[in-house]
Write a protein that binds this ligand. Structure first.
Ligand SMILES: Nc1nc2c(ncn2[C@@H]2O[C@H](COP(=O)(O)OP(=O)(O)O)[C@@H](O)[C@H]2O)c(=O)[nH]1
Ligand SMILES: [Mg+2]
Length: 296
């Protein structure tokens, strides 16, 4: 009976062979099919989300698609310079776009070539501004959206924002729904965008009075903690449109007064209303070349 213990071994060997040749390839094929179905499903969901988002941003089938050709022709219209970084400042009327551009160009509102500032000085068309000490950058001032009712797609399209390398969304209080939609528009078109919350000097001074603070420093701390919380909320709202990947738009807290002081290569003012907040990081985000001389 020497063959008896031999039988289970032989069966196991046959079964192993069968598994290798028949079952395992079938299992692998089933797994591959399952993976393919899952990735197709993910793609379908992501395309569905894109369509819903486009609708939310005011796009309908009558509007033109932003093609490569359209981008090239818009770049010719706006005077896009291939050898420079072309940065456009967008946002509502009176939020401080022109003031910020003047500050970066180290100009006062009355200086030659300065962007026109103030509520009676609305920018009518696109204007180009160069930073004298930084020929590698060109800034563009455009008219504000004017009303919250202009759909993001329309503003983005009409102002040819897709023609620029970077869109800076300027705002002076919480991001409005229109601001958030505009930022989503940029993300949708894979365009570099950032936000800047300006006029902080004036808000900190108002806080000192409104919140009955003991001094400006206390007002600054309360203002900053409220603003940072608000920014986080808005960032979450933006990110919610892209659950499949990580999306974050930085929102820098600054004032045009302090940006100008920074551009003149001066140290941060001591006064709690104008002391630097995110001015340095904002300049770095626009272009690292803007902060090269700091600290030298
Ligand atoms: N206190 C303070 N006022 C600012 C600041 N930026 C802009 N302003 C004022 O806000 C008003 C509108 O600014 P402007 O640059 O013309 O806004 P735009 O319409 O977005 O271009 C002007 O009266 C500016 O002096 C800032 O950082 N601090
Ligand atoms: Mg303006």
């Amino acid at each position: 009976m020497a063959w008896v213990p031999f039988i289970p071994g032989a069966v196991a060997a046959v079964w192993k062979g069968y598994d290798e040749i028949v079952t395992r390839p079938q299992r692998r094929a089933r797994e591959a099919q399952q993976k393919l179905r899952e990735s197709q499903e993910k793609e379908r969901e992501s395309e569905q989300r894109r369509l819903v988002l486009l609708k939310e941003l005011g796009y309908d089938a009558d509007q033109p698609t932003i093609t490569k050709e359209l981008i090239v022709s818009a770049q010719e219209t706006v005077g896009y310079d291939k050898s420079k970084q072309n940065i456009v400042f967008a946002g509502n009327v009176n939020v401080g776009k022109s003031s910020l551009i003047n500050a970066l160009c180290n100009k006062g509102g009355n200086d030659d070539g300065a962007a026109r500032v103030g509520s009676n000085q609305v920018t009518m068309g696109i204007t180009r501004h160069e930073i004298p000490s930084h020929p590698e950058i060109v800034l563009y001032d455009i008219p504000g959206a004017g009303t919250q009712d202009v759909p993001a797609f329309q503003y983005y399209h009409d102002q040819m924002l897709y023609a620029f390398d970077t869109v800076v969304l300027v705002h002076d209080t919480t991001l409005t729904q229109a601001d958030i939609r505009l930022l989503k528009m940029c993300i949708l078109y894979s365009q570099k965008c950032l936000a800047v919350r300006t006029k902080c000097d004036s808000y900190i001074r108002n806080y000192e009075y409104d919140k009955e603070c003991n001094d400006l420093e206390e007002a600054r701390q309360i203002f900053l903690s409220e603003v940072r919380e608000d920014i986080e909320r808005c960032q979450e709202q933006i990110a919610a449109s892209w659950p499949e990947r990580e999306v974050q738009v930085r929102d820098y807290v600054a004032s045009s007064r302090s940006v100008r002081i920074f551009m003149r290569q001066n140290a941060s003012p001591k006064d709690a209303a104008t002391a630097y907040i995110d001015e340095l990081d904002f300049a770095f985000a626009l272009s690292p070349t803007l902060v090269v001389n700091v600290g030298n």
